[in-house]
Design a protein around this ligand. Sequence first.
Ligand SMILES: [Zn+2]
Length: 221
Amino acid sequence: MQTIVIDPGHGGSRRIGGSSPNNAIGSNGTLEKTLTLDVALRLKPLLLDAGFDAVLTRETDVNRGLATRAHVARDRKASVFVSIHFNGFDGRVQGTETYIHSTAGKRSLELALLVQQSVRGATGLKDRGVKRASFGVLNAAEHHKQTAACLVEVSFLDVPAEATRLAKAAYRQAIAKALLAAIQTFLSAAKTAIRKPLPDATRHEPEDGYELTVRRDSENL
Ligand SMILES: [Zn+2]
């Protein structure tokens, strides 16, 4: 049975091992850490029903260090690791984007392209593409070599209309279903060795949001 590890970004009330307790905040007071956990808890039973072994790096409002999160996948030789985040910048930038590590290989890129396409289908927001960044939670040195790993920034929570939309359970469920679909497609494609030319990831841009801003300040996610 293939193991899928889902990492709900942030959590708790203090910084641990490079992981901040929370980054993005909605205009209605919704916290990123609450949404990442909600979507992950929706995704877990979908993965189990689909026949995967599904593990979350946290199931309650606690924080975990970035390497500790990666090690949950490494120790289980997970096929897939997806870290879920919501973004924030200046309240005006909007879109969906997915990251792979700066040193990530083809399998992580393939997973990220599928996650980006599927989640963007659920959000209907601007396609900000697949990008590379040195996020600690994606660091290859902390992961098993067979694990495809990516981090999705579902949408910018600090845009008021999006915070309102994210308050609806049906929307959060649709995001979870989109993540399931991407993971299923990735693993079935891998199984049948379907290979097509892949566009490469791009470098990140200045307006890419909190995760990168925080990283620049502190040298970690
Ligand atoms: Zn985040």
